[in-house]
Design a protein around this ligand. Structure first.
Ligand SMILES: Nc1ncnc2c1ncn2[C@@H]1O[C@H](COP(=O)(O)OP(=O)(O)OP(=O)(O)O)[C@@H](O)[C@H]1O
Ligand SMILES: [Mg+2]
Length: 565
């Protein structure tokens, strides 16, 4: 007890007041400042205005008796310790008084000065300790609430990882609200418990095990980025960081947090994909320049060879054998010239040959003369959307693109039964913001030509090299490996993009995106389509036999239809 503890004695009996004052005085070491009031009313007034360290309360006051007095005094100063003083030695009342908040119960006449002072001191100390405890528990509650709030908003979950002597790994997880769907206990309708480890993607389990066992061996923390599979096949990536501490039962324990990094990983993957595409484009450009240069030189050499040989051939003095040999030179020369022309197409596009073309007409016409060349084992599906739009292009080159893609598709299906699908649609009309579609950034409206087959497909290594000039997987004499490089050159020369999706043994889809210069509207601008169609028709004798929009069933099992979207 502090020497200057302020004690309020509520007592109306003058004899008892004297006695108690004496008792305090007797114990001179603990001189408390004693204030005396004789009614509960006075006491309430005092407690409301003065600091008090302890109340000594008589239970027989003129304005409050028994437990009522305890209750009133406690209400007036709930945090001030209270010691009851009474002449009645009543156990039951004592217990009740303690329940009402009294710290102690002293029977007058039974106590001496030391007993009284001890009780006063202990009561004050107990109350002070209680107060400190209350403050501590309040702080603890606040801290707990903060931790709960952080955990609830955590983009991930908390875990503990245990490894025992036999290298058995066990996880205990504290699920946060956003990640409870991963909880195997929650998600199994049968309620059968299975380890959270089963949520780890099968391909990532070994690397997680290795990391943990290794961390145990060298006594370190561990971190891992891995996939988790939720029951509804939802997949997400988490980055787990775990800090080591010694366990209680001889095992090793890590406390950790696993944060959801799905979006980050997806972005990194997209960047890596774009990076590969960019490197491929740069490589193709370099090869294209080289091939273009070589082709140009070869062309200059080939022309005089062919011309001179033809001149010599024209000379009637040649023997039959000589004519045959010279004809072979001309044929070989022409074949070489044809290849050279294809390589040259890989290079720059000739602006002079560009004209506004109806995308649907070009595709329709090409389909018209390609379809008879396909064996009946191949089903051809054609789906040309209406009002796809006008593109600025070179008709011969764009037809070449169709031929190259269809030939490749046909070769990929081979002698098997398969399906070749050609579709033309419109993408992004009316959208002025660039869009990212399947790794290709597109600005404005595009005509999208898709050529799909159910053929052999390509593995990643072939896809990576498919556009390189002279890359072929075909037998010698079957393919020169120029088809796709020329296609690439033509499409990019038209300001377009080309994309390939292929699954080995399942098939391939080539998607060509060509910028639309004018959207076709048959109602508002009926002349645009027919004008262009007629310009195109005069160029090609084949196209004369075809309508701009093919709507017929080709021979064999091929079906063709146009769609309106
Ligand atoms: N639709 C496809 N399905 C499977 N593989 C394909 C497909 N298209 C192209 N390829 C692969 O890409 C390679 C290169 O194709 P590209 O058209 O450039 O040359 P090619 O067809 O081999 O020869 P060329 O076209 O000069 O006659 C092919 O050899 C083939 O391996
Ligand atoms: Mg080809």
């Amino acid at each position: 007890m502090k020497n200057d503890s302020k004690v309020l004695l509520i007592e109306d009996n003058a004899g008892d007041v004297r006695l108690i004052r004496e008792m305090f005085r007797e114990n001179s070491r603990h001189e408390a400042e004693l204030t005396i009031v004789s009614t509960m009313r006075e006491a309430e007034g005092h407690l409301a205005t003065r600091q008090t360290d302890l109340i000594l309360l008589d239970l027989g006051l003129p304005d409050a008796q028994g437990l009522e007095a305890v209750r009133l005094a406690h209400e007036a100063a709930p945090h001030v310790p209270l010691v009851v003083l009474t002449g009645l030695d009543d156990e039951l009342l004592a217990v009740k008084a303690l329940k009402e908040g009294a710290q102690d119960y002293l029977v007058k006449g039974d106590i001496d000065s030391r007993g009284l002072l001890r009780s006063v001191r202990y009561s004050i100390e107990r109350k002070t300790a209680e107060k400190a405890l209350r403050a501590e528990s309040h702080e603890l509650h606040k801290k707990e609430a903060r931790i709960r709030s952080i955990a609830e908003n955590l983009p991930g979950f908390l875990f503990q990882c245990f490894v025992d002597e036999a290298d058995c790994i066990r996880f205990e997880v504290i699920w946060t609200p956003g990640f409870e769907f991963l909880d195997p206990m929650r998600s199994t309708s049968s309620g059968t418990a299975y380890s959270v480890l089963e949520s780890v993607h099968p391909s990532d389990r070994q690397k997680l095990t290795d990391a943990i066992i290794n961390a145990r061996r060298i006594g370190s923390n561990w971190e891992q980025t891995l996939r988790l599979v939720a029951p509804a096949d939802k997949e997400l990536w988490v980055h787990a960081t775990a800090l080591m501490r010694p366990g209680e039962a001889g095992d090793t324990v890590w406390d950790g947090v696993a944060l959801d990094v799905t979006d980050q990983i997806a972005m990194e993957m997209r960047n890596a994909e774009l990076h590969v595409k960019l490197r491929q484009a740069e490589k193709l450009e370099a090869i294209g320049t080289l091939a273009g240069g070589v082709a140009h030189e070869l062309n200059n050499l080939l022309q005089p060879i062919i011309m001179m040989t033809e001149l010599v051939l024209a000379n009637s003095l040649q023997s039959h054998r000589q004519v045959e040999l010279l004809q072979r030179v001309v044929d070989a020369g022409n074949k070489a010239a044809e290849i050279v022309q294809r390589i040259l197409a890989f290079g720059r596009i000739d602006e002079a040959t560009l004209q506004l073309l109806d995308a649907a007409t070009i595709v329709g016409e090409a389909v018209g003369f390609i379809s008879p060349l396909l064996p009946s084992s191949i089903t051809l599906n054609v789906d040309i959307g209406e009002n796809v739009g006008m593109i600025l292009g070179d008709k011969t080159q764009l037809t070449q693109v169709m031929i190259n893609l269809v030939t490749n598709a046909r070769d990929a299906i081979g002698a098997k039964v398969g399906t070749l699908s050609i579709s033309l649609s419109n993408l992004g009309a009316g959208c002025d913001r660039p869009v990212l579609r399947a790794g290709v950034i597109l600005r404005g409206a595009y005509a999208v030509l898709k050529v799909s087959d159910t053929g052999t497909g390509m593995d990643e290594a072939v896809v990576r090299r498919a556009f390189e000039p002279f890359f072929t997987t075909k037998e010698v004499g079957k393919g020169t490996g120029l088809g796709l490089s020329v296609t690439y050159g033509i499409v990019t020369g038209h300001g377009g993009q080309i994309q390939v999706d292929s699954i080995p043994d399942r098939g391939t889809t080539f998607s060509i995106y060509l910028p639309i210069k004018e959207v076709l509207s048959t109602a508002a601008n009926p002349g645009a389509a027919s004008n262009t169609a007629s310009a195109v028709n005069t160029e090609s004798s084949l196209s004369a036999a075809l309508s701009a929009r093919p709507e017929f069933v080709a021979p064999g099992s091929r079906t063709m239809h146009s769609s309106s979207r």
